[in-house]
Design a binder for this molecule. Sequence first.
Ligand code: MOS
Length: 752
Amino acid sequence: MRIRSETPAISPIGHDTPRVDGSKKVTGTAQYTSDFHFPGMLYAVPVEATIAYGRVIKLDTAAAEKMPGVRVIFHRENIGKIFRSVQEPGFEGICEERRPPFEDDVVRYYGQYIALAVADTFETAKAAADAVRATYAKEKPNVETDLQADDEPDAVATTFGSQERLQSQRGDAEGAFESAPVKLDQTYVTPTEAHNPLELHATTAIWEGSTLTLYESSQGVVNLRGVLAQMFGLPKENVRVISKFVGSGFGSKLWPWTQCPLAAAAARQLGKPVRLVVSRKMMFQSVGHRPRTQQRVRLGATRDGKLVSLQHDYVYQRSMLDAHHEDCGEATPFQYSVPNLRVTFGRAKRNIGAGADMRGPGRVPGLYATESAMNELADLLKIDPVRLRILNEPKIDESLGVPFSSRHLLECFELGAEKFGWSKRTPEVGSMRCDGLVLGWGMAGSSWVAARFAAEASLQLRDDGTARIACATQDIGTGTYTILAQLASQKTGVPLDKVEVDLGDSSLPAGPISGGSMATGSVVPAVFAAADSAIASLRTIATTTPGSPFEKRKPDELSFDGGLIFVKADGAAKGVPFADLLRRANLRLVTGSGKSEATFGNPKPKFSTHSFGCHFVEVTWQAEIARLRVSRVVTVIDAGRIINPLAARNQIEGAVVMGIGMALFEHTSYDRQSGAPINSNLADYIVAVNADAPPIDVHFLDFPDKEINELGARGIGEIGLAGVAAGITAAVYHATGIRVRELPVQIGNLLV
Ligand code: MOS
């Protein structure tokens, strides 16, 4: 019998763990969608509409078709059947642009695909696409930025939210506002923002008979498989989606977009693999965006700062085609204690591409508005903004009437204020200076929903002492490979470097979308159940294998810990490595399967489950050269147990940088005549870059939330973005005395 000689490994959970896939990424061996090559593969380039509203009367493809190397110019007449898809139970069948490509001749937004050039090379396909001439019956597009809710009933099914205009109500919000001693009534605007993941959206479609394989840059291979199965009238088993590495998505890759069925339809017609890579310019129209919002917030309060009324009435821009609901009012009913509340929403249809989830959908623009209003109210009342929030901290979720599973927002404020040095703040505008610069200090609170999606996983223990964990979720750059390895290692005692992680393939046990910051929290119970099931098999093998040291024992007399099987009463010191047992039984491996149910969408939860956080922000302002910089951020996050602090910090830092972009730079503008997005490139659409990133001091509280899973891990990502912009605009006001209520803050706003 072999006794484990090394000291017991510390639990990999909760320790800084470098990416297990890091070496693959830095050596270039990690394969992204466009890295896969296939014999005979053809290249497709869409032809984009150059009007934003109207009809295609005629397509002249003759010149394009004559080009050497061009295979086909596809359009409505020759692309073949593509069905619509519907949402299915179990959070499947979701796609934002419900009209399949080429379904009719109506153009509803600038850049809508109206034809597809397929050729032997990408360059030829691009030249052919450029050579297609379209004649249109043109109508005046509506890309108006002032948003008034459309009158039509909101009959469209939404993915996430309520269909009612009245989203939440309690007490008499209007009456209480009217009689409140202190009132604030302001409207906040957030612009259209484009997801700009580094990796372009891309599809490679391959047919073998009636089986379709898609290499796709996706945040949800299982959903994508289901949607494509519907679109091509296939059983799900006939569709396989592979997405091994994803150069991020920020929500734009959650649900399939039209390039995917187009590539699949072209491949079907031609009997060859077809690759379609969406261009950066196309990504500003055809793969979703964060919709523009206009949010009126009315706060009524007593003179000592107790909220008596909160009204949040918001309108968001939507396309002619999508079902996206931008749920800005999601957090409003429970973020603060207030007896009288009303939240309503409306939509304004525009000739733009479909809206979609973008990192922190709904809550990020929503909390920008409500947290900004809280900061303005604090200034009005001459109360410290932290103090105002403490005064209005709720005891329970007042909208659901149930307790929070774990809410430590006040501890976030306390730690954040201490780390930032908030007590040194002097509230008068422009009163703080350092090295000749005016300092502005602002803060805001944050929250993000926590729940689980359904998940399945399988775990193998093998006779060489290695393990394999498999789950059809994806790693979109956030560290999911590493998390799964940590979870498997924790349960099996197999060291991290001996755990093989297989994900990003819809043929694996069904896993969650990489969305809603819920992938980690969702996979914990499924992976643990899979490990328990594999270990149960081991115990049976240990007691039934001739020559096993446990041959005469019963399975329930045995324990498993740190990779060793042992008799409970004897302790782990007399344990046998599982690999030894498998070899003795002449087994290469044992496999366990695990499954966990969704908690997301439960209409009657016992607890209200959310993550919380706060940001303290410093800006510097040099009036003489109109230079504004975010110079320092302290962020505190209450997200339950943190499984990998290294990856979690990385997520929050990235989110804060994105928040700087949201506050100061990001916005898509549409040309009022043509309807085209006019800054559809990375030279004109500005995102925050390293040079804009200040020192970011991230702290995590450690309050495990056992309502989510047995580790108490709620998940990380979007929580780091919510609230940042409100903290920055408050700091800008503190430095300059100028209130900017329409993002982004532009230097022109400050030159008064
Ligand atoms: Mo996130 S918008 O759920 O990718």
